[in-house]
Design a protein around this ligand. Structure first.
Ligand SMILES: *Cc1c(COP(=O)(O)O)cnc(C)c1O
Length: 653
């Protein structure tokens, strides 16, 4: 930054008693003017002429930018009315003991800082109760931009402070009552309510007042909260000039949430790729290698597949015009379901408009309140949503831990139905389910077994039939898959017994209450399945590419583990992962950073997805760029075969 920010603080006293104080954060170019303005302010304060003025100027670094809380004014006529309103407002924000909290103002008299109270136990948490906690190092971004440094604006300063406080970790609310006996206005602030100004909250002439910050969280986090309040540099944007009517407040909460995501390196946007799905795309007019497409077998743009879609569009129309049970079933739908059942080796199949709907639709149809679901902790979001929507009890077991799974399932005998569900290939880690053991446990406790083959269909097994082919074991009761990944089209399916499919057709709400997929997508998936059956060498090429890429990474000392075409490269920190993805994009490789909430906080990673058509040159160059980004530039002839868990080299599948 060419003009770095400085924090400028002024405090003034008379005979050892504090009479005024103020702070600003301004660019270096405005520092001396600001300091002078603050000295003027101290010299002209209503409380008297100071005999001591201190001005402190410190470099501030990059501040955190926070959007101002929404502001509303409540006009009250009496102190009793104002206090009752404050209590009601806090109660509506989940703070139960507001009445008892208000009484605590009596203790805060003479404190320079605020009281920090545990919102539930009402214990005081400040390390120095005589001083309290001071929220400081903050300013209004607009005064900074406009350089309006002179006049004191109590109103804007209060909103800046209240905003900073509400973003401190663990803080859930604030109550402020002025300690000026003549100033009867106060406020209550929470993230959800915003800044609620209460015109009369105390009797005129009452000197009792101060600030109370309300905290909810572990004691171990209190130092972090205090550090944020006292040290974190913050500028507050969009401080409103006047109280806004209620109606204008509703978008502020959204803006605040977006700003928080941005600050945490978690905001998301859509990139426009100017190309069909494939290993190469154009992005902002530049050619990039795509190492993140789920079109594993290059079927999305295969001429036989696109011709089938075009032909179906001409023959059957673009859209189906109805739900499957009314007018939306056309010959391509029937043909695809037969084909899928034959491919997977089940009695029947049912298709949905998306894979997401197939998961939600199957789970919600099979179980409800009174039933129980056993779900792997790393299952895909569409499984999680289906579980939640079903109303059944949900028991989450440790990732791929069949001992934990069995222990939990064994305790579920009293439920009406039991459903165990797992990804076949875990979409963010690339590992696969231990299917034989999963099925054995399900059988032992008479649980429905369901696996999601979104990333297994077309990838696992010698002919791409999925995890059952790979593991050489029986089918689970419900095989879910997508048409949208290796099959290059869009849609989802369930393959299962006749009776189960009949049941879903009659009860599955996303199947019943949504328009059937259009014939072009359906015919494309059918054609893709035909190509896959005729050309299983695509699956072998994909497998070879995974082997080549993992060995290439190992030459740089990067050890990865995968059972599929998904290769996760652990990074950890969200911002670092994003920065690495940006760097790779500059080098011409599109590999996204996967962050919370898709994966756990602090478990950010690059997620590479390989295709059968990636060339060895592309894979070698990508591995080199990743290594460079991770600061591991040294390539060795002999790959490092020792894995993180100490095991020796293995087949990448
Ligand atoms: C992609 C995916 C889905 C959803 O499939 P769509 O067809 O994209 O809706 C479901 N489960 C898993 C594991 C996935 O990766």
């Amino acid at each position: 930054m060419s003009d770095p920010l400085y924090s400028i603080k002024m405090r003034a006293a008379q005979a050892g008693t504090h009479i005024s104080g103020a702070e600003r954060m301004v660019p270096a170019s405005a520092a001396s003017r600001t300091a002078a303005a603050l000295v003027d302010r101290a010299l002209n304060h209503a409380k008297g002429v100071p005999d001591f003025i201190q001005v402190k100027i410190e470099a501030s670094g990059e501040p955190l930018r926070l959007p101002a809380l929404s502001v509303m004014t409540h006009v009250t006529r009496t102190a009793a009315e104002g206090r009752a309103l404050a209590v009601d407002l806090l109660a509506s924000a989940g703070i139960a003991h507001a009445e008892a909290i208000m009484v605590r103002f009596a203790e805060s008299h003479g404190m320079r800082g605020a009281m920090l109270l545990d919102a539930d136990t009402l214990e005081r948490l400040e390390p120095d109760p005589a001083r309290g906690v001071r929220a400081t190092y903050m300013d209004d971004a607009d005064s900074l931009a406009k350089n309006t440094l002179s006049g004191k604006n109590h109103y804007a300063e209060a909103i800046v402070l209240a905003t900073k406080v509400q973003y401190a970790p663990g803080i859930i609310g604030e109550i402020c009552v002025s300690d000026d006996p003549d100033y009867v206005t106060g406020y209550v602030a929470t993230r959800s309510l915003g800044y609620r100004r209460i015109t009369v909250i105390k009797e005129k002439g009452d000197p009792a007042g101060g600030r109370i910050f309300l905290y909810r969280g572990p004691r171990s986090q209190v130092p972090e909260t205090i550090h944020f309040l006292e040290q974190r540099r913050v500028v507050v944007t969009d401080v409103p000039l006047l109280s806004e009517p209620v109606a204008a407040c509703r978008f502020r909460g959204l803006e605040a949430d977006l700003a928080l995501m941005e600050n945490a390196g978690l905001s998301r946007f859509c990139r426009t790729l100017e190309a069909p799905a494939g290993p190469v795309a154009r992005l902002d007019g530049r050619e990039v290698a795509v190492l993140s497409s789920n079109d594993y077998l290059d079927l999305a743009r295969d001429p036989r597949v696109t011709a089938a879609a075009a032909e179906a569009a001409r023959r059957w129309g673009a859209g189906s015009g109805g739900s499957r049970l009314t007018t939306g079933t056309q010959p391509p739908h029937v043909a695809l379901e037969r084909h899928l059942a034959a491919f997977k080796g089940t009695e029947a199949a049912l298709t949905y408009a998306t894979g997401y709907m197939a998961n939600v639709g199957a789970i919600t149809a099979l179980v409800r309140k009174g039933d129980v679901i056993l779900s792997d902790e790393l299952n895909h979001a569409s499984i999680i949503d289906g579980c939640r929507l079903s109303g059944a009890d949900i028991l989450v077991y440790r990732h791929n831990d069949m001992v934990d799974f069995e222990r939990k399932l064994a305790a579920c005998r009293e439920f009406r139905r039991r459903l165990a569900v797992s990804d076949a290939v875990f979409s963010m880690d690339g590992d696969s389910l231990d299917l034989p053991r999963f099925l054995a446990v399900c059988r032992r406790y008479d649980a429905f077994s369901m696996i999601d083959e979104a990333h297994a269909t077309g990838v696992l097994g010698a002919t791409g039939r999925g995890l059952t082919e790979e593991a050489g074991c029986d089918h689970p009761d419900i095989l879910m898959g997508t048409l949208s990944k290796a099959l290059g089209s869009e849609g989802g399916f369930i393959c299962a017994s006749r009776v189960l499919i009949d049941y879903l057709r009659n009860t599955s709400r996303p199947f019943i209450f949504s328009t059937a997929a259009g014939a072009p997508a359906v015919a494309a998936a059918d054609a893709a399945l035909t190509v896959l059956e005729a050309e299983p060498e695509r699956v072998a090429r994909l497998r070879d590419n995974v082997a080549l890429f993992t060995v290439e990474l190992a030459r740089y000392g990067i050890r990865v583990r995968t059972a599929s075409a998904i290769v996760p490269i652990p990074v950890g920190d969200e911002r670092q992962a994003t920065a690495l993805a940006e760097l790779l994009l500059e080098r011409g490789f599109l590999i996204p950073a996967i962050r919370y909430p898709t994966v756990a906080k602090g478990a950010a990673r690059l997620r590479v997805a390989l295709m059968a058509s990636h060339t060895p040159e592309t894979l070698r160059a990508a591995a080199a760029a990743i290594a460079e980004g991770l600061g591991l530039a040294q390539r060795r002839e002999h790959p490092c075969h020792i894995l993180a868990d100490g095991s020796q080299s293995r087949d990448p599948f």
